[in-house]
Design a protein around this ligand. Sequence first.
Ligand code: CU
Ligand code: ZN
Length: 178
Amino acid sequence: MSIRSGLSLAAAAAVLALAGCGSTSTSPTKPQAVGELEATRGNDAKGTVRFMQTADNVVLATGQITGLKPNAEHGFHIHDKGDCSSGDGMSAGGHFNPTGSAHGKYGADAHHGGDLPSLRADANGVARFNAEIRGISIKTGAANDIVGRGLIVHADPDDFKTQPTGNAGARLACAVIK
Ligand code: CU
Ligand code: ZN
């Protein structure tokens, strides 16, 4: 009994330690980063997106964003500059585009390295995001390294056509990927 409960406590402690690890890497083979999204001026969207490189140039992105327009799609991109200082998200620049591509839909067309699948907010304005993104990396120092770049949540859906923005409207939240 005492041995058994001792083991399960140790297991629980290990899980808690992993869950609370923040931006530090827990494994030398899986580099990680995080974007803490903060609302731009006059908006309420915020959340956390964690990035983990699972293979060469493959990054798993998971997170939750709240304060969105309910039952709506919101354009979501990594932007060129890790700079949220302007207060409206514009200081993050254009879409992260390490390959000189056109803007488009991830997985379907030519697209920027920073073009992510759109967020879908539920009836409470909450979007959960879980996507494996090919073509970017973490802490590699390569042109497609997302650390030090921006992360932007938009007010409107991405049309995946308008160049080079997708016409996704105002920037509701901004993060620097660290
Ligand atoms: Cu964007
Ligand atoms: Zn784009």
